[in-house]
Design a binder for this molecule. Structure first.
Ligand code: SF4
Ligand code: FES
Length: 381
């Protein structure tokens, strides 16, 4: 097959994740944003995002996820939602909820927003606010979730779970029911970027993990047909890795606030890559021809044991960013896999989990050097 034929077989991306801004009132210690956060003055202007949305529709993208940081901090958000809706793309807002007041939500609903995903840090307000580093965040989230349902929009609650809140998963599921959510996501922390820095503070025990899994299974049985419960397991206790992003450059394009197109949110941590910018390249060109997107797509790049493994087109060799973060080489098998030559690294991290968790290193904009703080600097708004 000629290279051109090979390229023309690439399926269009299912979803486009627009990280409109890294500005955010919260400071979660497992934030999926990169350690080096982008500043407001580097953010793309609305005109470029509007063009990106037009291109996405032409490319066949089905869903757009407006994310961040806190995407409502980007002023032109309603215009972007309206453009995506006008082009027939399903629109999802991924928000902390703390700034989603009635007027803002009304503008977004009017613009055609389909779905809102609100992240919760816990169900216990003091713990939730401590994890978020923001006093009163939990109460604001509850109010925002109620408003989303009043506005008739679909709602997902997202809970990131770890050693500090794992015991409250049954209550998280109940909260989803009470708030009228259609979906609850129970997602264990993924340990790269901020999560990796805070691994010793967040990693649950095996017993905690088992209890969470049991709670999810019980919730699914009880709420079948009423509430969907998604479950993201922690790599550190898995025998096989997850298919990160559904496979490198297979289903999603992520665009950073400054306009860099990435196969995943953490890809900029990988050395030796020149990720293209939507300022000067079209989405179609990036998706179909960019070498950074092609680098780990499919199975050709795989080393053993992935290359001859029966799961190679199920998990796609796991997470490239985790492989790099733990081994220094993005092309190695994800150490989360029990078959990986570097699996010892995962076992050692579990064995070294401290009985007393260290303080969080909060996600903060200032500087590029994260600093450990004894307690949250709580900011009120
Ligand atoms: Fe997945 Fe590779 Fe492990 Fe097989 S060897 S399960 S393809 S990571
Ligand atoms: Fe980058 Fe998994 S986060 S491939």
């Amino acid at each position: 097959m000629s290279p051109m034929n090979a390229q023309s077989q690439i399926e269009p991306p299912l979803g486009l994740i627009l990280e409109l801004t890294h500005r955010c009132p919260l400071q979660c210690p497992y934030c999926s944003n990169p350690l080096a956060l982008e500043r407001a003055h580097d953010e793309l202007p609305a005109a470029i995002w509007l063009d990106v949305l037009d291109q996405a529709a032409a490319l066949g993208v089905m869903q757009v996820h407006f994310s961040g940081g806190e995407p409502t901090a980007y002023q032109a958000l309603p215009r972007l939602v309206a453009r995506a809706a006008d082009r027939g793309i399903y629109t999802n807002l991924i928000t902390s909820g703390v700034t989603l007041d009635r007027a803002r939500l009304a503008r977004l609903a009017e613009a055609g927003l389909d779905h809102v995903q609100i992240s919760f840090q816990d169900v216990q307000p003091d713990s939730a606010d401590r994890i978020a580093g923001y006093a009163g965040a939990h109460a604001r989230k509850l109010a925002a979730a109620a408003r989303v349902r009043e506005a008739g929009l679909a709602l997902t609650l997202n809970f990131v779970v770890h050693r500090h809140n794992a015991q409250r998963v049954p209550r998280m599921i109940e909260l989803g029911e009470e708030l009228g959510a259609g979906r609850v996501e129970i997602a264990h922390v993924q340990y790269y970027g901020w999560g990796l820095i805070n691994r010793a503070a967040l990693l649950p025990t095996r017993a905690q993990l088992d209890a969470v899994t049991a709670a999810v299974e019980a919730g699914r049985a009880r709420l079948k047909g009423k509430l969907v419960i998604d479950y993201v397991v922690p790599d550190y206790y898995a025998r096989r890795p997850k298919a990160c992003m559904g496979g490198w450059a297979r289903r999603f394009i992520n665009v950073s606030p400054a306009g860099r197109a990435l196969p995943c949110q953490a890809a900029e941590t990988l050395p030796g890559f020149e990720f293209p910018s939507v300022r000067d390249r079209s989405l179609a060109e990036i998706w179909q021809r960019d070498p950074a997107f092609a680098r780990f797509r499919g199975t050709e790049w795989m080393p053993e044991p992935c290359r001859s493994c029966e799961r190679r087109e199920i998990d796609w060799g796991g997470c490239r960013c985790q492989a790099f973060a733990l081994t220094g080489d993005a092309a190695r098998t994800d150490p989360a896999c029990a078959l990986a030559p570097d699996h010892e690294l995962i076992l050692a991290a579990v064995a070294e989990r401290p009985a007393t968790p260290p303080a969080f290193v909060y996600r903060r904009m200032e500087g590029t050097q994260p600093s450990r703080t004894a307690s949250a600097v709580i900011t009120s708004k």
